[in-house]
Structures are given as C-alpha cells and as structure tokens.
Design a protein around this ligand. Structure first.
Ligand code: NCD
Length: 413
C-alpha cells in the first residue's frame, strides 16, 4: 500500500482492509507499552479541507501526531488558502506535494480528490468529496461493525436517512456488499440511494438491496406453518417491524448544504429517526451507528444505551487512520502473502471514438468545473456502459450515427 492514494473504498481490496484492521490491533497493543509511537517520525501530513470537518480532520491529525509525525493544516482552504485567489486544485496540490509526505483532502465537488491524484505522486487520501465517497469513514464503520459482531458476512445493515447526497453511505454500501453483508436502504422520498449506486451493487457484487421509506415499516415475513391445532398465528408470525430484524442501524443526517432547489427537506420524525421508543423494538444486540454530526434523526435520549455505538465508532477512527497513514507512508507493511493477494484490480479507462460528444451529467462533478479534461470514463458491463472517471455516475452513451455503428464500437475504436 506504500504511496497508494485512497480515493474510493475500492482502492483497497478486502484482504488489505482485513490486514489494516489487524494493524489496528497491533498499534493498540504497542501503545499500551509506549505512549508515543515513533513509526512516522520525520513524516509530514498536510490536511487540505475545502469543507468543514471535526472528526475527519482532527482524527487524521491526532493519528499522525500519535505516530510521531507532524502536521500542517489548511482547515478552511476555500477562504484562507490561495483557492480564495482562484488557485485550482491542480496547482495547489502541485505545491503542497513539496511540503508533505501525504495529503488528506476534503472538497465539495464530486471527484475532486481524484483530480489531485492525476497531478502528484504524493499519496492523496479522500476525506470526503461532495456526495461521492468517504472511504476512511467506511473503514471506521466496517471496523466498528467487525469489532461489535466479530464479522461482517450476513449481518443486516440498514442505511438510513439521506442516501442521495450522503457520501458516507455510498462508500459504506460498496464495502458492506463486498464483505457479504445484507443492505437495507431506508430513505424518505426524494432521498433514496441513487439508481447508479443500486445498479452497481447489484451488478458488481450481486447484492440485492431491500428498500423502505420508514425505519418503523412493517414487513411481511415468510408464513409459518399452521400450528398443531390449526390456529392461525398470523399476527405474531406474518408481519414484523424491519427494526426488529436489523443488526446495525446506520443513521445519517440530511446533507442540507447539498440540497438542490427542488429538494424538500423531509420530516424527520415521520420516517427514519431513531427514538428511545423505536430502539425498544430493536434487537438486544443491535448496534446504532452514525458518522456524526447528528441532527434530529438521532435522539440524545438513547446515548446511554449500550447499543448506541456512535462515539465508540468516532473513537475507532483515530486507530484506523493511524494504520492507514503508517501503511501508505510505507512505515508498516502487510505480510508478504497477504500483499500479493491483496492489490485491488486496476480499473481501466477505455478510449472513446466520440469522447468530446460525451459529458458527465452530474452538475456537482469536478469534470463540469473546467479543471479537468472532460470525457474520462470507467467502462462497466463488458464495456457497453460508462461511468464518469471522477464521480462514478453513469454517463448516457450517444446514439450511433449510422446503422453499422453499435454503441460497443463507439467505445472500442
Ligand atoms: C460525514 C461527512 O462529512 O460526510 N461526517 C464525517 O466525516 N464524520 C457525515 C456528515 O457530514 O453528515
């Protein structure tokens, strides 16, 4: 993983994620005997944040300091760095690469951190890019679930709230699908998981997503065989709350700063909020997670409940980020066998015959903002579909201009 940029959760393979979790345990052990670890002495982390942050920036900075490294920080990069004078991401990272060994960057445009990787060899870690991804939050989330349940395969995880604009749930859904967890999406109307994400989960990971618009929705269960005296047990066995079937409830706030003009803020209490009353109907061993900050979707009244794990989740973030920094800086290595099997498959960008005719349709994609060459795509589904190289949203292919030209030939030539 040395010098690897982490822009998407898919920049890490499953074996690497599991290896990283083992490094977390090693670091926790090591810190019991030595308060100050020296693994990254001499290394400098730069945090370049064009959007506000508490947990991501401070936990990365704390992680680097706990590893014996040093930190330089632009916490309000939009107003206090040269971005305020019109400097582009490309130029800024070209400069910052000389000041730091690793850069953690947060930006309001989808795909913006991918642009940074095109300009410099210094590893770039995505601290959240628009509504696109937040891979290191996902590492904290997966680590927390693994720690609470001992594994991820088969656990039922409800992703609740703003699944449209929330970046944490996009990376997390992919991570969960890759580890064989079951995904239940609970979103108010207008805030559902985007179609391109659901298609991706089904196509790439054979993950069947269940969807509801309320966390307290009633769901039909398989009918139980009639009891010996033939009495119907319909009321107790035919229907159940989805809440009582869940292992993890992962709540998110509405991303108000990203709403489009036509979006109507949903009424929280009627659909996906977690209250003390609702928690009473959850499993005794269920776990409630939230990337934080919270708003009305997560009641303060449940904080004392053992199942409320969001502050433990935030605390795990420092350890997970310590492991990640030590790995990308090459101060720790995964065991050799694990490493060989581990590398994620590189995604290949196809060449297009009519590249200029195609544009990413996502208005919040960095490719719409003049900093990058428009028309750079990933190929999916046997190269007959395209996803934007920067924001992963699907791009409509142009119609063939004459009958002999298929969409496939458009991509291949
Ligand atoms: C999240 C983010 O920034 O995407 N916060 C975080 O990093 N823990 C979630 C949010 O802001 O709602």
């Amino acid at each position: 993983m040395k010098r690897r940029s982490i822009i998407s959760i898919n920049d890490l393979s499953n074996a690497e994620i599991e290896g990283l979790f083992r490094v977390v345990s090693d670091l926790q052990q090591a810190r019991k005997s030595t308060r100050q670890l020296d693994l990254c002495r001499g290394d400098i982390l730069a945090t370049l944040f064009y959007e506000s942050s508490t947990r991501t920036r401070l936990s990365f900075e704390s992680a680097m300091l706990r590893l014996g490294g040093q930190v330089i920080s632009a916490p309000n990069a939009l107003t206090t760095s040269s971005a305020a004078k019109g400097e582009t991401i490309r130029d800024t990272v070209r400069v910052v690469q000389h000041y730091a060994d690793v850069i953690v960057m947060r930006h309001f445009l989808d795909g913006a951190t991918r642009v940074a990787t095109e300009m410099v060899k210094t590893p770039i870690i995505n601290g959240g890019d628009g509504s696109h991804e937040h891979p290191t939050q996902t590492l904290c989330d997966l680590y927390t679930m693994q720690k609470e349940f001992g594994g991820l395969e088969g656990i039922r995880v409800a992703l609740c709230g703003d699944l449209k604009y929330g970046r944490t749930v996009h990376s997390l859904a992919i991570g969960l699908a890759r580890f064989g967890a079951r995904i239940i999406c609970v979103a108010p109307p207008g805030f559902e998981m985007p179609g391109y994400m659901v298609r991706r989960l089904e196509r790439d990971y054979a993950c069947k997503v269940e969807t509801y618009d309320r966390l307290d929705a009633v769901t039909s269960m398989p009918a139980a065989p009639p009891s010996e005296n033939g009495a119907s047990e319909e009321t107790s066995t035919l229907f159940g709350d989805i809440i009582s079937t869940l292992d993890v409830v992962y709540l998110t706030r509405v991303q108000k700063e990203r709403l489009a003009e036509h979006d109507r803020t949903p009424a929280v209490e009627s659909s996906y909020a977690m209250s003390a009353a609702l928690l009473r109907r959850a499993k005794r061993e269920a776990v409630i997670l939230h990337p934080l900050p919270r708003q009305d979707e997560l009641s303060y009244a449940i904080d004392h409940d053992r199942r409320a794990a969001y502050f433990r989740q935030a605390g795990n973030g420092v350890w997970v980020r310590m492991a990640l920094l030590a790995l990308v800086l090459g101060r720790i290595e995964l065991p050799a066998g694990e490493r060989a099997a581990a590398e994620p498959e590189p995604r290949r960008a196809p060449r297009l015959s009519r590249r200029k005719a195609l544009l990413c349709g996502n208005a919040k994609c960095v490719s719409q903002h003049a900093e990058v060459e428009a028309g750079k795509y990933w190929a999916t589904e046997n190269e007959t579909r395209l996803s934007c190289y920067y924001c992963d949203q699907e791009v409509d292919l142009p119609q063939p201009s004459h009958p002999d030209e298929s969409q496939r030939t458009l991509l291949e030539s």
